[in-house]
Write a protein that binds this ligand. Structure first.
Ligand SMILES: [Zn+2]
Length: 273
């Protein structure tokens, strides 16, 4: 599933290829991808608009349009955006095509059809449900400590809560907790000040490294040019099959479902109590 580093990579790599281009056509191969407005209205409001910028908030991509309207996308489980100069070659599982001038097309590819796109006048709805951006300067160890106070849920579940902090998903939560040497079942409020500091640092280091490596291609994530990211080659515990050993101490990595999400950790480096 694309998380912050994957969506950030897509944004960075789309920017030079689509900003300043005008939308000349929209084809919905699967209309269910559009939310909040009828498909026809959605298409007609896009056509003729210039793409003025792209930003990311959490795992959301937000395209600014000349009219001031925002074209918002969530890739969910298996979505990706591919850019091509050749619109005759339709990538498999394409659900929507946005044609731009100068023979450029953006394909929304999504095998499992959980992804969605919609138009919005502002980001109020997103802001109301998203916590701070973990790579922005406002996200300090103090802010993390304040937000963890009275959180009784397992720290792994807390990190996945987009209202707690935006953009972290299953892979990077497992990696950050391993690096910080914190057991995923520890309650949020039980972390010591030293552990909070370690976790804060681990979250930022893990996310920056993954952006440097253009995201992790463990499932259906592609960069806009169709190539793969390499961040998963750096994973220490995430997505490792149970039985593989910890790269630090050699103990077999354990996998446990926590709130229905498979969580990988080293029982020795990340002691429970
Ligand atoms: Zn270990």
């Amino acid at each position: 599933m694309p998380e912050l580093p994957e969506v950030e990579t897509i944004k960075n790599e789309l920017l030079p290829r689509v900003v300043g281009h005008r939308i000349t056509g929209v084809t919905l191969i699967w209309e269910g991808i559009v939310r909040q407005s009828p498909a026809e209205e959605f298409c007609s409001r896009l056509i003729g608009q210039e793409i003025t910028g792209i930003t990311r908030r959490g795992k959301y991509l937000i395209f600014g349009l000349g009219s001031g309207t925002l074209l918002t996308m969530h890739l969910r489980m298996t979505g990706s955006l591919l850019v091509s100069q050749d619109s005759s070659q339709l990538p498999k599982y394409t659900r929507a095509i946005i044609n731009l001038d100068k023979d450029t097309s953006v394909f929304f590819r999504d095998p499992r059809k959980f992804g969605k796109i919609w138009l919005a006048d502002n980001t109020d709805v997103l802001e109301a449900k998203l916590g701070p951006e973990p790579l922005e300067s406002g996200f300090t160890p103090q802010v993390l400590a304040q937000r963890l106070a009275k959180r009784k849920a397992p720290i792994k579940a807390v990190l996945l809560d987009q209202n707690f902090v935006a953009g972290i998903g299953n892979m990077y939560a497992d990696e950050a907790l391993f690096r910080a040497r914190i057991h995923p079942l520890r309650s949020g409020e039980s972390l010591s000040p030293a552990e909070v500091k370690r976790l804060h640092r681990a979250i930022q280091e893990i996310l920056w490294a993954a952006i440097d490596n253009k995201g992790a291609s463990v499932e259906n994530y592609f960069r806009p040019d169709g190539t793969l990211g390499t961040a998963h080659f750096q994973f220490q515990v995430a997505h490792r099959l149970s039985g593989k050993s910890c790269p630090v101490c050699g103990t077999p990595i354990e996998r446990k479902p926590i709130r229905h999400r498979g969580s990988y950790f080293c029982p020795k480096c990340q002691p429970e109590g």
